[in-house]
Design a protein around this ligand. Structure first.
Ligand code: VOV
Length: 248
């Protein structure tokens, strides 16, 4: 049996994609619309406070195309907290006019392919900053789930550790060329959701998503072993932009 990579696991993660039912939204009175927006803004204030207290983090983006209208990505120390957050939103006035479009459950993950360093990795400030991150508020967001292949001839899980390490090293070198342009959050989802990882990318130039994903397609770790789910891409939202989006 090939040696399993060891993972360091950080905050739990929920990507919650919603579509607005515009007919329902338009049918609300101005007062009801105002109430729904105020209630949602109070969620945003809560999430910001939690982020400032380093008890979790969030990202709020509109989604381009027909797959969804917006996404709330949330990080919390436990799945229970994510469950509470999701239920609280579901009970809100705004949720009444949205339809669930897609969701993804995972946990922030780092592997030991490129070494685990000295001592307790969970005590290391640089590791902690990656396992318990403040999600960037860049202009653009991209999310997709992915697997590593388990075919007869190309089975990632049957490769010796040493080979996988070499492949991840090459993957990491490509990634490093995007330093300052893209921040990646890799979340593991084996046992939690339908794919093995969630890939969330943040950038101020949306074109960099295309560039990195394309470049990685030529790298063996992705070229031979990567299998990909649906892609979601969109722009940063805040109270003001969301109000503009909802204005009818
Ligand atoms: C933005 C840049 C970037 C950088 C610097 C980077 C670096 C690294 C390193 C150093 C490592 C290994 C150690 C660790 O930290 O876990 C990883 C790990 C991983 N990556 Fe990555 N990745 C990037 C970006 C990046 C992208 C764009 C993708 C999607 C691939 C594509 O084809 O669409 C991806 C995927 C992954 C995955 C699924 C894993 C886990 C694989 C596993 O088998 O465990 N990743 N990644």
């Amino acid at each position: 049996m090939a040696e399993a990579a060891e993972t360091l696991d950080g905050w739990y993660c929920l990507h919650d994609f919603r579509t607005v039912d515009w007919s329902l939204w338009k049918a609300l009175s101005d007062h009801e619309k105002e109430e729904a927006i105020q209630e949602f803004n109070s969620f945003l204030t809560q999430w910001e406070l939690i982020e400032q207290n380093r008890e979790g983090s969030y990202a709020f983006y509109s989604i381009l195309g027909q797959k969804a209208d917006f996404v709330i990505m949330s990080l919390r120390p436990t799945m229970d907290e994510l469950n509470e957050l999701e239920t609280a939103f579901n009970k809100s006035k705004l949720a009444e006019v949205t339809v669930p479009a897609y969701s993804y459950v995972s946990v922030v993950e780092l592997s030991n392919y490129l070494g685990s360093g000295e001592g307790d990795p969970y005590a290391h400030p640089r590791v902690r900053a990656r396992l318990y991150p403040v999600l960037p508020k860049t202009g653009y967001f991209c999310f997709y789930p992915m697997d590593k292949k388990r075919d007869q001839s190309d089975n990632w899980y049957m490769l010796p550790m040493e080979n996988r390490r070499e492949l991840m090293k090459s993957h990491g070198l490509i990634g490093r060329r995007y330093a300052g342009k893209i921040t990646q959050i890799i979340t593991g989802s084996v046992g939690f959701d339908d794919w093995e990882w969630g890939v969330t990318l943040f950038a101020d130039d949306a074109l960099q998503f295309k560039k990195i994903v394309y470049e990685m397609r030529f790298d063996e770790a992705s070229a031979r072993f990567g299998e990909f789910g649906p892609f979601y891409v969109g722009s940063l939202l805040d109270e003001e932009k969301f109000m503009k989006m909802l204005a009818v």
